[in-house]
Design a protein. Structure first.
Lengths: 107, 237
């Protein structure tokens, strides 16, 4: 692997990522944002994370993009547990248990 | 006492952040293994985890570097994966904007999926918290998560390929994110935003450079905001 390319990517990606993280918190600070922007920002997390996860669940890289019943079941159990118990840890543990049980039974 | 409550907010952050070690440690380990297998040395691998500190983007960059993609493509793709950080930054601003510049710079560096998600959830649940308490909570979540991100990257880089595939570590990331999403779906508007995000992400998955996620994020945010605008009571659980 090309050393120069690797270090270029590491340094610029580091700076760029910090810039993305700092752009609003740092630059805007405590100036008031208009209500319509705040209204959109309230949905940032629920608009980004589900979109990030959906392709990973439907087309898992570990199975070469094939829909995988154990992973699908684990995803459903994790989401349902989080939704109904509001307990993140319980959701992770039940989801992981479902994944391993599914892989053991079907794999 | 303000210091007392700041301290308790900090420890609450530590307690809420700690469970994510179950995910952060395997994920960091996996990055160390993948990066060294791709041909990076230990110093380069560690530089990724310390300077970038964003797992998904690090995997993207290494994957593209390994396949000899042009440097610009590797960089732009990994940055696109991290565009959500700008949205996280924006949504933390109303809460932490009054902190000092240094504090905000530190918050920015440590803004990762887990610290952000824990914090917005806690800020929603504790609207009466002061900026000091909110900062205390944020750095509480950072305390277990970020140092162990570095440590387990190192362990992975040194352990190499002694990790069995049967552990299915690939699915550690989706499970964490799904576990975080569940409790966030408090209102009809939040549920609709998440639903639209999922559908849009799948429909636009064919777009290059992760642009599908950006489209999905914008569509989801507009959905949530529009439902709230038409019916402000939809914010009530």
């Amino acid at each position: 692997m090309n050393e120069v390319a690797v270090w270029t990517v590491i340094v610029l990606l580091g700076l760029g990522t910090f810039g993305l993280r700092f752009v609003f918190t740092g630059v805007i600070g405590d100036r008031q944002l208009p209500p319509w922007i705040l209204r959109h920002l309230r949905y940032t997390a629920v608009a980004v994370l589900p979109g990030l996860v959906a392709p990973l669940v439907v087309w898992p890289s570990a199975t070469g993009g094939q829909l995988d019943p154990p992973r699908l079941a684990a995803a459903a159990v994790t989401l349902a547990t989080g939704l109904f118990s509001r307990n993140v840890v319980a959701a992770i543990l039940l989801g992981a248990a479902t994944l391993y049980a599914g892989l053991y039974l079907l794999g | 006492m303000a210091t007392e409550t700041t301290k308790s907010a900090y420890w609450q952050g530590v307690r809420d952040g700690a469970p994510f070690l179950l995910v952060v440690c395997p994920f960091a380990l996996l990055f160390g293994v993948v990066a060294t297998e791709a041909g990076l040395d230990v110093v380069e691998t560690m530089a990724f985890s310390v300077l970038v500190i964003a797992g998904a983007a690090q995997f993207t960059a290494v994957e593209l570097l390994k396949n000899d993609a042009p440097t610009v493509i590797a960089l732009v793709s990994a940055l696109t994966v991290n565009l959500r950080m700008a949205m996280y930054s924006a949504s933390l601003t109303p809460h932490l904007g009054a902190a000092t510049l240094w504090q905000r710079a530190l918050v920015a560096y440590f803004t990762v999926d887990q610290t952000y998600a824990c914090s917005v959830l806690a800020y929603d649940r504790n609207p009466d918290w002061s900026v000091a308490q909110k900062l205390g909570y944020f750095f509480g979540t950072v305390t277990p998560i970020c140092p162990l991100w570095y440590v387990f990257t190192l362990v992975g880089a040194l352990a190499g390929n002694a990790i069995p595939d049967g552990l299915a570590l690939d699915f550690a990331v989706p499970i964490t994110f799904l576990a975080l999403i569940g409790p966030m779906l408090r209102t009809r508007a939040h549920m609709a935003a998440a639903f639209v995000s999922v559908v849009t992400a799948l429909v636009f998955a064919f777009l290059p450079y992760n642009l599908g996620l950006l489209v999905a994020a914008l569509a989801g945010m507009m959905t949530g905001a529009e439902i709230e605008r038409r019916d402000p009571e939809s914010l009530l659980p």
